[in-house]
Design a protein around this ligand. Structure first.
Ligand code: GDP
Length: 458
């Protein structure tokens, strides 16, 4: 009964949002008062759902089960990374120097750790000469292993799925060069914990990635102190909405420009719903950006006492192009990512790896944090990994040339959600690409038996 109940409760929340996205997209054609009333009904319904979850009697179970699963994954990673006999252990060597930003590099390391886990190998992370810190990863983060940090040999075989099982030391290329792609890459989840995970989490694949990020991003004490004092100096405390505004080099190449207001309407929405549940709350918003002027704009346009805008323009300055790849740039991005991860909710663009990283880390801090986000562009994805597939839960007859037909059970490779009630994707049965109503499909997360899934028992 719990599984069916949870599925229905999450569906209610998902479909309600889709209904509102659809109404909201008709803004110009609707009477202002009608729209305001519909928005208030929507917010009221969302607040009922929050109260329903709090009162359904399952929250203690959700919390305990999520905590147990987190301990299980962290313990497994610890065992994997600290083999009894390092000299004879099988190893996977991964080089941090992917020529991209911090978020992208951390996703690269996370992919390496997933492959290490799936193939039962200890990850050896090589990071000397890292663009953010020449001396390497271990100066900033705890080493990925306490006992086994060198490959011990210069003889390495290039990773080849299914062919290098017997090699002792294997070198993993960046995911872009991996062919064929193993099915265990994100966004797949491990079959052995999938039932438990799906019961307590709305987006189990993001929680799974979040656990790997949590393991990887354990700071060295001196950097932890820097972050802790930054968080307390800023004054972040619950509830805070985190907004990440990615500008500079990203605009026009990989993402479109979004005005500050586009982000802030979602902060407003979040607090309005919270107020229906808890009574008046402080509208506290933390802004992270690579564009310093955004923070000043927010402070001017959303003044006290109605709003409390938190942000550090100096940190944003350190992120601007030309200054990014050095010690200050690194401390800056660490501050912003970890503060975003402390927030109760994030509004950002999932096209940015910084934003996806923050959202993954949030999953490790709450019990089912799958609803704690708004993305202004992409749906969540894992670059280079397996793409999102949905399954049709209702039939759909195309109403125009842009739409595609759905039969219940059809699988759809998702290209994106237009956040107006419609999603775009390719029906794998008909091979037709086009639009379909988002509420007529649900995520289908691949469950994969990780090849060496019993290694920690040996
Ligand atoms: P993406 O380009 O947004 O997908 O993310 P990447 O992490 O790959 O590269 C962007 C880089 O720009 C980051 O790693 C940071 O160095 C910098 N950056 C982007 N946004 C921010 C921000 O909000 N704060 C700080 N401090 N740095 C940022």
């Amino acid at each position: 009964p719990l599984e069916a109940y949870e599925k229905t409760r999450r569906s209610l929340e998902y479909d309600l949002k889709e209904l509102w996205y659809n109404i909201r997209s008709r803004q110009g054609n609707l009477d202002e008062n009608d729209l305001a009333q519909m928005q208030d009904v929507y917010r009221t319904l969302r607040s009922h759902l929050i109260k329903l979850r709090a009162a359904d009697g399952y929250e203690a179970f959700r919390e305990q089960e999520t905590a147990e699963l987190a301990t299980l994954v962290q313990d497994r990673l610890h065992v994997l990374q600290n083999p009894k006999h390092c000299d004879t252990a099988k190893k996977l060597v991964c080089n941090l120097n992917k020529g991209c930003g911090f978020g992208c590099q951390v996703h690269h390391v996370c992919y390496c750790l997933v492959v290490a886990y799936a193939t039962g190998r200890t990850l050896i992370l090589e990071s000397r000469g890292w663009r953010y810190n020449r001396q390497g990863w271990e100066q900033i983060f705890l080493p990925v292993s306490d006992t086994c940090t060198f490959s011990g040999t210069s003889k390495r075989d290039d990773f080849a799925s299914g062919k290098t099982e017997d090699s002792r030391v294997v070198q993993l290329p960046i995911v872009d060069f991996l062919k064929p792609k193993p099915d265990y890459l994100p966004i797949s989840i491990p079959a052995d914990i999938a039932d438990r995970l799906e019961k307590v989490h709305g987006e189990p694949h993001i929680w799974w990635v979040g656990q790997f990020m949590k393991f990887l991003l354990r700071l060295q004490p001196q950097f932890q102190n820097i972050i802790d004092s930054h968080v307390s100096k800023l004054g972040v405390s619950s509830p805070t909405v985190g907004i990440h505004v990615r500008r500079t080099d990203k605009i026009g190449t990989e993402a479109s420009l979004h005005s500050l207001k586009e982000y802030m309407v979602h902060a407003e929405e979040y607090f309005s719903i919270m107020e229906k549940v808890h009574g008046q709350v402080k509208r506290r918003v933390f802004i992270a950006s690579d564009e310093p002027s955004v923070i000043a704009e927010a402070m001017n346009s959303y003044p006290r006492p109605e709003w409390e805008i938190l942000g550090d323009a100096k940190v944003a300055q350190s992120a601007s192009m030309g200054q990014r790849y050095n010690g200050a740039g690194l401390v800056g991005i660490l501050k912003d990512v970890f503060v975003l991860a402390e927030c109760d909710f994030v509004v950002c663009t999932f096209s940015s790896q910084v934003c996806r990283l923050a959202y993954e880390l949030i999953q490790a801090k709450h019990t089912d944090a799958s609803e704690r986000f708004v993305s202004l562009d992409d749906v969540y994805y894992y670059g280079g990994g397996n793409g999102l597939v949905q399954v049709a839960t209702a039939p759909h007859k195309p109403r125009n040339d842009e739409e595609i037909e759905l039969k219940v059970g059809d699988k759809i490779g998702v290209a994106g959600n237009h956040w107006n009630g419609m999603s775009k994707g390719t029906n794998q049965r008909t091979h037709r690409k086009g639009l379909y109503p988002s509420y007529k499909a649900r995520n289908l997360i691949q469950r994969v038996s990780f090849p060496k899934v019993k290694w920690w028992l040996q």
